[in-house]
Write a protein that binds this ligand. Sequence first.
Ligand code: GUN
Length: 281
Amino acid sequence: MAATLIDGKALAAKLKKNVLEETQTLPRKPGLAVILVGDNPASRVYVTSKRKDCEECGFYSEEYALPAETTQKQLLDLVAELNGRADIDGILVQLPLPKGLDEKEVLLAIDPSKDVDCFHPYNVGQLTIGTPVFQPCTPGGVMEMLEEYGIDPAGKRCVVLGRSNIVGKPMAMLLLHAHGTVVMCHSKTPDMKELAASADILVSAVGKTGLVTADMVKEGAVVIDVAMNRNDAGKLCGDVCFEEAAVKVSYITPVPGGVGPMTRAMLMKNTLTAAKLHQGL
Ligand code: GUN
């Protein structure tokens, strides 16, 4: 039996429509500032799509494209200025930053109430104790997808491949709060294949084309592919060998059109949350 395709593009469109509708009821439109340092082409693409998302949701947006030579102080000064602006609800610093800039210090400088990425240690802490203000965008998007398709992690074995601060760790936390039994695998996990194959819900966020082969997915499992890789032919693909896994599992996300659009939609949702917070709503 072929798997059901989890349509992230359609769900993201629905989510953004809901955000637009709520935005139209606010006294002041939400404002998002996106900071891009250097000229990483992939980051450039992300930033352009964020601008489009803001337009779709009725937000005000500003974009700062800074040269790779930007100093730590210049970047911190910009963050401080945006922290003080009443028309800016969300501040996003596109990662990774060029070498020489201290990412940790920059993320710490963002006002936690404007931290729409949910990267500030305050918000990471809130997430960990189960009282998050913002949802981390990619893992939050995955949870929305599971809910939309009636997949409840409660009591399920959830295996997360990858332990990044952006995806793996917060993903594990959200699945844990949803009462999943969570196993995290990473580069030093010796039996990753066996653990992956034991998953009811498998989330792969490693960034390695062809990592998840058919023997690593259980019959009937739910497979979520967070990665955005390019294969040898330059085609966008995830970590999962899609064709061979799809014949075995019950649900699977495509790349592109799966998690990616959901990450962007969650950023819009978080910016709306921040705007409501700042307007006392
Ligand atoms: N780089 C890759 N993913 C992300 C993300 O979700 N937010 C930011 N700020 N940078 C990223």
